[in-house]
Design a binder for this molecule. Structure first.
Ligand SMILES: Cc1cc2nc3c(=O)[nH]c(=O)nc-3n(C[C@H](O)[C@H](O)[C@H](O)COP(=O)(O)O)c2cc1C
Length: 304
């Protein structure tokens, strides 16, 4: 069975995970990434969707310690580390973003004209912020809102209560009644994601779950480039993220399974999750091995 999650707007097979496609799907501010993504073969297939980088109500400066202009040009070098060929990638970006008002000014018109399937990713730690974000994004074309409650690089990431998260889900669904909501959770050794997903489903009904980078602090053999902050993606995250996917699909949640880096990973996931409702949610593969990422994309989309 080929992967696919049913949404109000049709079946989605592959998601370009939030963060890698930038605020307007063209690769954030990083010139190299921008080149890879905008000039690449990211398809305009209705079964493929790009999740934009997370936006908050107020702007966030991110975690780079580089000053001014140096940060603008080389910032990613300060907060992204990867080991070529291993598929390992850690980031501590810290949800750097311009805030919703500026985002609308910078990217709104372009997004209005876009023909690509998009999902907007939002985060906040008050219900008021969540409401504002859902309201302000409403006029812009999108398939779904992804509520990012699990960024391992900001203070409140992973500390939001299940009650807050389920309430935030309810608010978004209330404001944007005609689109899907995706809840983005992260691995933790106490399996808190199961409680959050359960409480949220009780509040708003069936809800697809996305999976974030694995907080570095939970990975014993991570080099801990960023101390106890930061999240690990790609190969090193597989064992953790696929466990989350196992636990959640066992409870009948549709899951967007991340951390696939090549065709052999795709095969493993296809075998392991056979008969369950899931889609593929590659993110860091687009940075560490974009060639393989595109092979995986094309393989899934051509399977029909
Ligand atoms: C450079 C980078 C930036 C990211 N930014 C975001 C983000 O803004 N919001 C979010 O929810 N996840 C973000 N993520 C997490 C990814 O969307 C994805 O959930 C995670 O990396 C696990 O997937 P992977 O192992 O396939 O990379 C980011 C990941 C990377 C590598």
């Amino acid at each position: 069975m080929t992967p696919g999650i049913t949404t109000a707007k049709g079946i989605i097979k592959v998601f370009a995970g939030s963060g890698v496609s930038g605020f307007n799907y063209k690769g954030g501010g990083h010139p190299l990434l921008k080149k890879i993504l905008s000039g690449s073969t990211l398809p305009n297939d209705p079964e493929f969707v790009a999740v934009l980088k997370t936006i908050t109500e107020k702007s966030l400066p991110g975690n780079s310690n580089f000053p001014g202009l140096i940060q603008k040009i080389f910032g990613p070098l300060d907060v992204i580390r990867f080991k070529p060929l291993t598929g390992y990638l850690a980031n501590n970006l810290g949800l750097k973003n311009p805030g919703i008002e500026k985002w609308i000014e910078l990217y709104g018109p372009e997004i209005m004209r876009s023909e690509r399937n998009l999902i907007f990713s939002i985060a906040g730690n008050t219900i008021k912020d969540i409401r504002i974000l859902a309201e302000k994004l409403k006029p812009y074309p999108h398939l779904a809102i992804e509520l990012n409650t699990s960024c391992p690089n900001i203070k409140h990431g992973n500390n939001l209560s299940p009650e807050f998260i389920s309430e935030a889900c309810y608010e978004i669904k209330n404001i944007q009644t005609d689109i899907d909501l995706i809840l983005k959770l992260a691995y933790d050794p106490n399996e808190g994601y199961l409680e959050i997903a359960g409480v949220s489903r009780d509040r708003v009904g069936t809800i697809p779950i996305g999976i974030n980078s694995v907080p570095c602090k939970h990975i014993p053999d991570d080099p801990k480039y960023f101390g106890n902050f930061g999240g690990v993606s790609g190969k090193m995250a597989q064992v953790f993220n696929w466990k989350v996917a196992d636990d959640l699909t066992n409870e009948d949640f549709p899951v967007i399974i991340p951390s696939i880096t090549n065709l052999s990973d795709l095969k493993k996931v296809t075998n392991r999750f056979q008969g369950r409702e899931y889609a593929i949610g590659m993110a860091s593969a687009f940075l560490t091995n974009p060639f393989q990422a595109h092979l995986v994309l094309n393989q899934i989309l051509k399977e029909g």
